[in-house]
Design a protein around this ligand. Structure first.
Ligand code: NAD
Length: 500
């Protein structure tokens, strides 16, 4: 464990709740939830859950703002300047915003939380630029007629974010939805509610009119369900787990609301024998331990070629021993605590599950502190891709190795999963790399690189990893409806029905 840094925590309010019309929601009689600091296991503050009536108030207000056009009909230049100002404020306050994520999630300040704040700001910058170059279409196939296709905001968007990327996840959704002119109701994870409130305050300060954006807080099946089921929410963008995603998709289907689902993964990381060994090793370690191992795109199934497997796995384990576990504010820390006690226990339980499935447990993860949810990484060697450690998203510092010696067989095994989010390939042979990349049934494939995010490109997955995509024009298409306008400029004859 790295040492506890003597940083005094920010002054948290005793109670956090939703922000409706820019004002804190009434907390009288609310169900209270503990918001816990994973680094200490102690309660930071209480979250007063928003009731369905409060959710209704937020959605009604967002809808009214949409209909009166204060934002939806605002000039693009006005929207751009609000988004750019918000980006500037986010960057100015990066340290305190990152601290909010650290205190509620245990994300490592220097490696995860702070870079995610800057990534969040850059989504506002990106969509401010992107909305200015959004082009409409003109078709002329019909004689003497202009057919125009424009895109306009959908209406009120319900935005659901998870605890593992609290601030950045909210920025990605809000930047695109607001750039397109929508009203929004944001529902952050009940484990990490603080950044959302700070972000909405920043947007108001940047000039976003009141009424356009609200935050509601509480448990998924309570507050979240009220938002997902609200008839005035026309688009839902969800990032989270399978169960929540399914419940929300079913609610949305009842009224044919649009949905985008960014769900989990069990991504393959394929290391061929001709790979740049050192880079592949660095990449494999990053792909499973970054973000405390709690990343949707984790390279959690590491397929390593038989010719290099013994050496690669031994080197991976040696590096794993050196991973610095500790206080998420400590500059030396590489792996912070897991997000909650239940999650920590679930991650650790997979070593027994692996043994039951005849996998070899090469490193048994264990708790690392009396207080706080610190664990050391686990490494297992599986002999069958059907085992649970190869099929289930563990979402922690838990690496599963599989050894292969045939290119076609490894592609088949990599695709033998219900998920299909990311895929990593390491090889010096570009033909082999392209062939494998083309064959992987995954939405985002990285060749000879750990995760990098291209903002113009779609991000999302096949199968149980999600529905639709986020990023670039995919986000803007989701938050807009196409509208066709047919405008003749000639006098083509109209059949005169009913005229004798
Ligand atoms: P989660 O599904 O528990 O919660 C996500 C959000 O949905 C929260 O705000 C929660 O309160 C709400 N929610 C949950 N159940 C609900 C319900 N029945 N009705 C309405 N709302 C509900 O997810 P989590 O545990 O916070 O996040 C971890 C998961 O998110 C992992 O599976 C991870 O892979 C996934 N994730 C995916 C991506 C991606 O881009 N694909 C990115 C980050 C995280």
């Amino acid at each position: 464990m790295t040492q506890q840094t003597p940083l005094s925590p920010p002054e948290f309010p005793k109670i956090c709740t939703g922000l409706i019309n820019g004002e804190l929601a009434d907390v009288a009689g609310a169900h209270l939830l503990d918001v816990i600091n994973p680094a200490t296991g102690k309660t930071l503050l209480e979250l007063a859950e928003n009731s369905p009536e409060q959710v209704n108030k937020a959605v009604q207000s967002a809808h009214a703002a949409f209909m009166n056009g204060v934002w939806s009909c605002a000039p693009i230049s006005q929207r751009q300047s609000v988004l750019l100002k918000a980006a500037e404020l986010i960057k100015q306050r990066a340290d305190s915003l990152a601290a909010l994520d650290v205190y509620t999630t245990g994300l490592v300040f220097h490696r995860s939380a702070r870079p995610q704040i800057f990534a969040g700001a850059s989504w506002f910058e990106y969509f401010a630029g992107r909305i200015g170059t959004q082009d409409d279409k003109l078709f002329r196939q019909l004689p003497e007629t202009h057919t125009l296709v424009t895109r306009e905001a959908v209406g009120t968007a319900g935005l659901f974010t998870p605890w593992n990327i609290p601030f950045q996840g909210a920025c990605l959704k809000l930047a695109a939805a607001l750039a397109a002119g929508n009203s929004c109701v944001l529902k952050p994870s009940e484990q990490s509610p603080l950044g959302a409130e700070a972000l909405v305050t920043i947007l108001h300060e940047a000039g976003l009119p009141r009424g356009v954006l609200h935050v509601v807080n509480g448990r998924g099946p309570e507050t979240g369900a009220a938002l997902a089921q609200h008839p005035l929410v026309q688009a839902i963008s969800f990032t989270g787990g399978e169960n929540g995603g399914r419940a929300i998709a079913i609610a949305a289907a009842q009224r044919f609301a649009k949905v985008t689902m960014e769900l989990g993964g069990k991504s393959a990381n394929i290391i061929f024998d001709d790979a740049d060994y050192d880079r592949a090793l660095d990449g494999a370690i990053m792909a499973i331990y970054a973000n405390n191992g709690q990343a949707c795109l984790a390279g959690s199934r590491i397929f390593v070629h038989a010719k290099i497997a013994d050496r690669f796995i031994a080197d991976f384990i040696a590096r794993t021993h050196n991973i610095r576990i500790g206080d998420p504010f400590d500059a030396a820390t590489e792996l912070g605590p897991q997000s909650s006690q239940a999650h920590m226990q679930r991650v650790l339980s997979f070593c027994d599950i692996a043994r039951q499935d005849n996998c070899e447990v090469l490193e048994q993860g264990s708790t690392q502190a009396e207080h706080g949810y610190y664990i050391s990484p686990s490494v297992v060697l599986a002999h069958d891709n059907k085992t649970r450690v190869c099929q289930e998203e563990i979402f922690g510092p838990f690496a599963t190795f599989l050894v292969f010696d045939d290119d076609d067989a490894v592609i088949a095994a990599a695709n033998d999963t219900r998920f299909g989010l990311a895929g990593y390939i390491w090889t010096a042979d570009l033909k082999r790399g392209h062939r494998t990349a083309s064959a992987l049934r995954s939405g985002y494939v990285l060749l000879n690189t750990p995760m990098v995010r291209e903002r113009n490109a779609p991000f999302g997955g096949y199968g149980f990893s999600g529905v639709d995509r986020e990023g670039g024009e995919w986000s803007l298409n989701f938050y807009t409806e196409p509208k066709t306008m047919v405008v003749p400029y000639g006098n083509a004859p109209i059949p005169k029905l009913g005229k004798s």
